[in-house]
Design a protein around this ligand. Structure first.
Ligand code: NBP
Length: 474
């Protein structure tokens, strides 16, 4: 019998995805450029299901039922284009090519348009959850035509993670929508991790607690509003002792955070769209700062290390918990704003509540919190900001004083907390009756005649700064 679906690219992600498909009863054709990987998959896991190994793409294509469904799981970028170029001449109109790699959404838009010309469906599917998710149930964010989703949806939904009986997979929208949403997911993940790291640092340096004690704090937090995979594994990492030295592992790990680029992409796209995603940007920059070792040494030598004295304080833990929660609401509000802006820009018609739904399982930012976000958008799809939803408004109001105390403590102690500080500034910025943007406009008018609008009447105006300083209509 012909295979139901195919996977080409059998490194860790592709082979786990193929196994997941096979374990769900799909006859899955498998292929890799270097055929030793295909052989290894069959040898080690062939018994898990119904695999059809192929040595060439021609064989792979020939083994499939029509319309064909082929998932590409190769390195993002040029390798993906190479595989597409090789594949397309072998396909027939109506066939579906699914890119499950971490593609940039602009590449996905380009590829979708090119394949549509050839009568093919191109589906850019964001897949989250790493190798573990690929095997046991990822969160899947497929973009592309509605018709392709009619064929693919049932397969993808059956292999995706499930929460409360609901699969963590939904048709996100046309062309690059799926990869865009996956990118923002990763950006939010950066922000979430940065906020967690700042909370730890404050409890450690201001609160004087040990990593093991802070592990317990996170464990407790994980049974409340902050319940999430990231908080859960924070307790695991902080509680772990290094076997070689007997020290807390977190004290042995080099403090230079690396990145693969999706956080940077999120910020770059936010700049293009004009959406302030300060939480994600601070997280990306904090990683960059940590890696500038020479500069860190030079500045530390010039100024001396910051001398933080711990001020043990019983309220600190609860204050930090509230500050973390409020800052997290801001980071998510910003990420959802970015998706809304892209949806309007590209005509994607994104269902933001559904995005929260498919992130509840399988992916790194899975959390109880996402149910609240879904409820907020279910109630009001056109919500101006997550911050104004009743639930989040009350939560932030309730956290506000603690949040300010934590920011003050961090700033006066000299412990950097760019995530907490910028989230609070964002909140205060949106709430302000008047912003000093009026002065910025005045300055722009002064040096560049860029004009300004007035609060009391319509039109644009310019002040003759170098003349008699009278105002003229612009
Ligand atoms: P890699 O990103 O390490 O890519 C290795 C695969 O790409 C191998 O199958 C390799 O074939 C194939 N490949 C390359 Br490289 N160049 C090729 C070419 N020109 N033609 C054909 N095949 C080529 O694999 P991965 O870590 O499994 O990730 C796969 C995709 O999933 C990536 O886009 C990644 O960003 C994404 N992703 C990864 C994770 C994760 O946790 N790792 C999570 C979510 C998404 P070969 O065996 O012949 O060299």
């Amino acid at each position: 019998a012909p295979a139901r679906i195919a996977v080409t690219g059998l490194a860790v992600m592709g082979s786990n995805l193929a196994r997941n498909l096979a374990r769900h009863g799909f006859r899955v054709a498998v292929h890799n450029r270097t055929s030793t990987r295909t052989e290894a998959l069959i040898e080690q896991h062939g018994h898990e299901g119904d695999f059809v190994p192929a040595e060439t793409l021609e064989q792979l294509v020939a083994s499939l039922q029509t319309p064909r469904q082929i998932i590409i799981m190769v390195k993002a970028g040029a390798p993906t284009d190479a595989v597409i170029d090789e594949l397309v001449p072998l396909l027939e109109p109506g066939d579906m090519v699914i890119d499950g790699g971490n593609a940039h959404y602009a590449d996905t838009r380009r590829r979708e348009a090119a394949l549509r010309e050839a009568g093919l469906h191109f589906v850019g599917a964001g897949i989250s959850g790493g190798e573990e998710g690929a095997l046991n149930g990822p969160s899947i964010m497929p973009g592309g035509s509605a018709e392709s989703y009619r064929h693919l949806g049932p397969v993808l939904e059956s292999i995706a993670a499930e929460v409360d009986g609901v699969p963590c997979c939904v048709h996100v929208g046309p062309d690059g929508a799926g990869h865009f949403v996956k990118m923002v997911h990763n950006g939010i993940e950066y922000a979430d991790m940065q906020l967690i790291a700042e909370a730890y640092d404050l409890l450690r340096r201001v609160g004087g607690r040990t990593p093991a004690q802070i592990a317990d704090v996170f464990r407790t937090w994980n049974s409340g509003d902050l319940e999430s995979y990231l908080v859960e594994i924070t307790a695991e990492v902080l509680g772990h002792t290094d076997a070689d030295t007997g020290a807390a592992l977190v004290d042995v790990i080099a403090d230079e955070a690396e990145q693969k680029g999706t956080g940077r992409w999120t910020v770059q796209e936010a700049l293009e769209l004009g959406v302030p995603v300060t939480g994600i940007a601070e997280a990306v920059f904090a990683r960059s700062l940590s890696g500038r070792v020479d500069q860190r040494t030079a500045v530390r030598d010039a100024f001396g290390p910051s001398d933080v004295t711990a001020q043990p304080d019983d309220d600190l833990v609860e204050d930090v918990r509230l500050a973390l929660y409020a800052s997290k609401v801001v980071a998510y509000a910003q990420g959802f704003d970015q998706m809304r802006a892209a949806s309007a820009e590209y005509g994607w018609d994104l269902d933001l509540g559904a995005m929260a739904t498919i992130w509840r399982g399988g992916c790194i930012i899975r959390a109880r919190f996402l149910d609240r976000i879904r409820e907020a958008y279910d109630k009001q799809p056109e919500l101006a900001s997550l911050l104004v939803d009743d639930y989040f408004r009350d939560a932030v109001r309730n956290a506000e004083q603690a949040w300010r105390r934590v920011v003050v403590k961090a700033v006066s102690a000299g412990v950097p907390a760019p995530g907490f500080v910028s989230a609070l500034a964002y909140y205060d910025g949106l709430r302000s009756e008047r912003l000093p943007a009026s002065l910025v406009q005045g300055l722009r008018d002064f040096f560049g005649a860029h004009t300004y609008r007035r609060t009391d009447r319509g039109g644009s105006f310019h002040t003759l700064w170098s003349g008699d300083r009278s105002q003229v209509d612009a």
